[in-house]
Design a protein around this ligand. Structure first.
Ligand code: HEM
Length: 399
């Protein structure tokens, strides 16, 4: 009979900020798929093993449609009706709607396009390191470095005018930071949506050199473009920011690995992939079965909601040798940190450029970089946050 996970964990083990919650690791030890009774009574499933997570992601019988996600892993929502995703918000759509939005974007996010951005990422990174150094010898790495770099890049990509940056960044910080109550969150979300709606109209009137302006040439409506912009923003900012800060924390806690990276800059690309695997900041997503599906010897009934744990899939000992060790030299690639299948991260090349530039630049600039507080005092996001990470990372260095 199937192992049952009775509640989704809301915290990680004290002292293990980089490891998925022990309940999920233990679930995977019982087998790659578990029963998960949702708080509203829905008989769901939790998939924790690499092969099965990957096969669900590759299977069009499992849907990403928002209106089918009626069961919350932690809260009994009762009999609520969930509306479909607003126009343009393609992360929560299936084909053919999904492709209508994703297709015109793909050419803007190729490896080649993103390499062209490298120089700009280098500039922005250097500016922030200069400011850090000037204000130092200590800083909160989150506010001084990890957040502003991806935030400026996404603003430039969307074509947010320079004079609006402060206002815009504040709102997206509030609505993605997960640190405020519902009312404030909805207010920040609404303000962001409103701003993007106005931005779309402005780009149509006066196209500039950015993704949004280019998309005004497609057959997407203003409302759809606003939705696309919102998805790019919400998928692309907080994820990368948390990888930069949590990634630095993980390196500082693994001094041998850090020394190896400092000694050999050619290790950077591999190091970034390993940090993505090891940290899996985008840790869980859900899908709903559209019909009965055989999965790992079980029948998943039509209508069943399935929680996919990318974080434990990336720590699966059947896929990765010594999975709980951060090993920047690791040979077994193929992590699921960017997902897989039709929704696989559109911005992964951009995220890679940002991490490959910013992390080594930080280490070069501050050869004596270290935590300014004991490691167990670093404030982590709760497991309930959509994206995992540190709230702040106090660091210091020899001036
Ligand atoms: C989708 C992770 C950075 C844009 C996804 C998914 C994951 C992910 C796991 C798949 C979700 C699913 O299976 O339903 C990450 C991580 C990042 C990152 C870990 C940073 C290290 C970015 C950036 C952008 C971006 C920089 C864009 C500027 C998107 C978009 C989707 C997506 C648009 C939806 C794709 C679709 O539905 O077809 N990301 N992402 N991401 N990501 Fe990223």
């Amino acid at each position: 009979s199937l192992h049952t996970v009775t509640t989704m964990p809301t915290e990680r083990q004290p002292g293990c900020p980089f490891d998925p919650p022990k309940e999920l690791i233990q679930a995977r030890e019982h087998g790659p798929i578990s029963r998960f009774p949702f708080p509203d009574g829905h008989e769901g499933r939790l998939v924790t093993g690499y092969d099965l997570v990957r096969s669900v992601l590759a299977d069009s019988r499992f849907s990403s449609r928002k209106e089918l996600m009626r069961h919350h892993p932690l809260v009994d929502l009762g009999e609520i009706e969930v509306p479909p995703a607003p126009p343009g918000e393609f992360l929560l759509m299936d084909e053919p709607q999904h492709s209508r939005y994703r297709k015109p974007l793909v050419g803007r996010f190729t490896v080649r396009r993103m390499r062209l951005l490298t120089e700009r990422v280098e500039q922005v990174t250097a500016e922030h390191l200069d400011a850090m150094e000037k204000a130092g010898p200590s800083a909160d790495l989150v506010t001084a470095f990890a957040k502003p770099i991806p935030s400026i890049i996404i603003c430039e990509l969307l074509g947010v005018p320079y004079e609006d940056r402060g206002f815009f960044q504040e709102h997206i910080d509030t609505f993605l930071g997960g640190e405020v109550g519902d009312e404030e969150l909805i207010a920040a979300y609404t303000a962001t949506q409103q701003y993007l709606a106005e931005l779309v109209v402005a780009k149509r009137a006066n196209p500039t050199d950015d993704v949004l302006s280019e998309l005004t040439d497609s057959d997407l409506t203003d409302e759809e473009l606003r939705g696309v912009a919102l998805i790019l923003l919400s998928a692309g900012f907080d994820t990368t920011a948390n990888m930069l800060a949590l990634g630095t924390f993980a390196l500082l806690r693994n001094p041998e690995q850090l020394a190896a990276l400092r000694a050999d800059p050619a290790l950077t690309d591999k190091a970034v992939e390993e940090l993505l695997r090891y940290l899996s900041v985008a840790k869980t997503f859900m899908r709903t079965a559209l019909e009965d599906v055989e999965l790992g010897g079980q029948t998943i009934k039509a209508g069943t909601t399935v929680i996919l744990s990318y974080a434990t899939a990336n720590r699966d000992p059947e896929r990765f040798a010594d999975p709980h060790t951060l090993d920047l030299q690791r040979q077994d690639g193929g992590h699921l940190a960017f997902g897989h299948g039709i929704h696989q991260c559109l911005g992964q090349q951009l995220a890679r450029v940002e991490m490959r530039v910013a992390l080594p630049a930080l280490l070069n600039r501050f050869p004596t970089l270290r935590l300014a507080v004991p490691a167990d005092e670093v404030a982590l996001r709760p497991e309930t946050a959509d994206i995992y990470g540190v709230k702040s990372l106090p660091v210091t260095w020899d001036a």
